[in-house]
Write a protein that binds this ligand. Structure first.
Ligand SMILES: CC(C)(COP(=O)(O)OP(=O)(O)OC[C@H]1O[C@@H](n2cnc3c(N)ncnc32)[C@H](O)[C@@H]1OP(=O)(O)O)[C@@H](O)C(=O)NCCC(=O)NCCS
Length: 187
């Protein structure tokens, strides 16, 4: 499955791209959470069992509609982001689809690409009945919260601790879209 937006395109990740996805995920965390997460966490991501290539090998082994993994590239073929999404895993009754990760590196942000990727992702999920859709997001990631609200997502009132570091709990909150996704929202 492929798609495009002026200057960029995306495609399903290939089986040998765990290393690339790990690098993109780590770069995405460092750019996004610098100053918001302890540097001890951000400097150790290569060894983190949720970020290392082995974790991406396991993710790549999961196939649609359980999970899709997509790589976003410039016209020149330079990777600038990725998505990981699919069937909701039972954390939130009533929601069937989940966008687990959407990360664009800074040069690819603020150009409308995120909106185009979200629209395409909702189309994919809805085409296989995985709607309504939920996203979990760190509660301090104000830019992402604003982006989801701009696209019609609404906080669902669920907040959970996802990890603890340097004596601090890190929480995610859930954002949901109504059936029909972006098309049914003001996004
Ligand atoms: C969040 C992210 C996917 C958004 O993608 P993007 O390409 O930067 O966003 P777009 O340019 O497509 O913006 C789409 C709309 O959201 C709005 N928007 C984007 N960021 C915003 C912000 N911080 N505050 C308010 N509105 C925002 C835009 O103004 C735009 O509105 P419009 O289309 O009505 O004019 C991207 O910035 C990113 O990857 N950030 C870092 C990683 C991250 O936080 N991922 C989410 C983890 S859960």
């Amino acid at each position: 499955m492929t798609g495009s937006y002026p200057g960029f395109s995306w495609r399903d990740a290939g089986p040998g791209e765990a290393g690339l996805l790990s690098r993109l995920a780590i770069a995405g965390w460092r750019q996004t959470y610098a100053g918001q997460m302890p540097s001890s966490v951000l400097s150790a991501l290569e060894a983190n069992p949720h970020q290392n290539p082995a974790s991406w090998e396991r993710r790549l082994a999961r196939r649609p509609p359980d999970r899709w993994t997509r790589v976003v590239e410039t016209e020149a073929g330079e990777p600038v982001g990725f998505l990981w999404f699919g069937q909701e895993e039972g954390r939130l009754p009533g929601y069937r689809g989940e966008i687990e990760k959407i990360y664009l590196l800074k040069p690819a942000q603020g150009r409308g690409l995120g909106r185009a990727l979200m629209a395409d992702t909702f189309r994919t999920l809805e085409s296989v009945g995985l709607s309504p859709v939920v996203i979990w997001v760190f509660d301090f990631n104000r830019k992402a919260l604003d982006f989801y609200e701009r696209l019609g997502g609404r906080p669902l009132g669920r907040r959970e601790v996802v990890f603890r570091a340097e004596g601090r709990d890190f929480h995610e909150i859930a954002y949901g879209w109504p059936p029909g996704g972006l098309a049914a929202s003001n996004g």
